[in-house]
Write a new protein. Sequence first.
Length: 347
Amino acid sequence: MRVEGYRLHRWGGELVWETFEIPDPGPDEALIRVEACGIGLTVLNCLRGDLADERATLPRVPGHEIVGRVVAVGNGVTGLAPGQRVMVYFYLACGVCLPCRSGRDSLCQNLAGWVGVHRDGGYAPYAVLPARNLLPLPESIPAPLATAIPDAIATPLHVCKTRAQVRPGDRVVVIGAGGGVGIHMVQMARLFGASVVGLEAHETKFDLIREAGGIPVLSHDFSRLDLRGIWGGERPTVIIDLVGTPASLTWAMNTLGPGGRMVVLTTFRDVTFPADPRQMVFRELTLLGSRYASKAELMEAAEMVAQGVIRPVVTQVVPPQRVEEVHHALRAGELKGRGAVVWDAER
């Protein structure tokens, strides 16, 4: 099958709109028709080559937050049928190692890479992917909104439920609260019973943070940031850093209250920050890395959206020809929540 879509020919290079061949699904694979694909900062990181290695061959179709329908399946595939609506799990996990079999898919010991980096993704109208990466998606959720589920909503669920274990009474700070993951992190922490402050460098996103249930605070200068007046002198019990600069990380470590948990999600190379073991012991702090989500958490996140307890924030929905507009808004820090490219409108 020949299609038109975007491919990358050089990490860090420009996307190229071109015609190319989509193969038939092989054993344990499925061909899906892409309804829509989410656009967020992780896509830009992938385009730069931040997740590339010697296995990541080019050209490559980017895009990992995919929702669509099964068109055909290869030999050995069970549990999927043509017409079935699905969402895509980002990690190319093996499904058979101990972490995978115990529900910790993102810690797969035989990880084959990532969709959109090591396998073609959703910046094209069709994709062939391992059948184990396709999870059921409720019919009731519109495709552009559903693109937020596989990453921007599932990741906050993993943070709040599994890693930080947010609970009623927690005082949570989300650094980078107006972005695609951040705005859903605010909603998720509120759902788990916390009071939430959303730090954001762009005041244009403050209304969005308020709508999500958070208290917006401007975070241009971390050296002058003091939140103790918000909680009557009390410090945060959980700080979730989605910005990942030395300034934000250092501020988070120094700001946590006794027994606090700091959650780090960014993976930028060569970024470090000072951590004082003496203070960590005296204040009994916990430093947590959080890596994506499990397949079970993706399905739980989809159910949250279907039930209306989490509201996907996808503010810029475009046809394929306007994808770069969303990329530009992301780079400028202007995009509120997530963007999405919709393919169905073109067919």
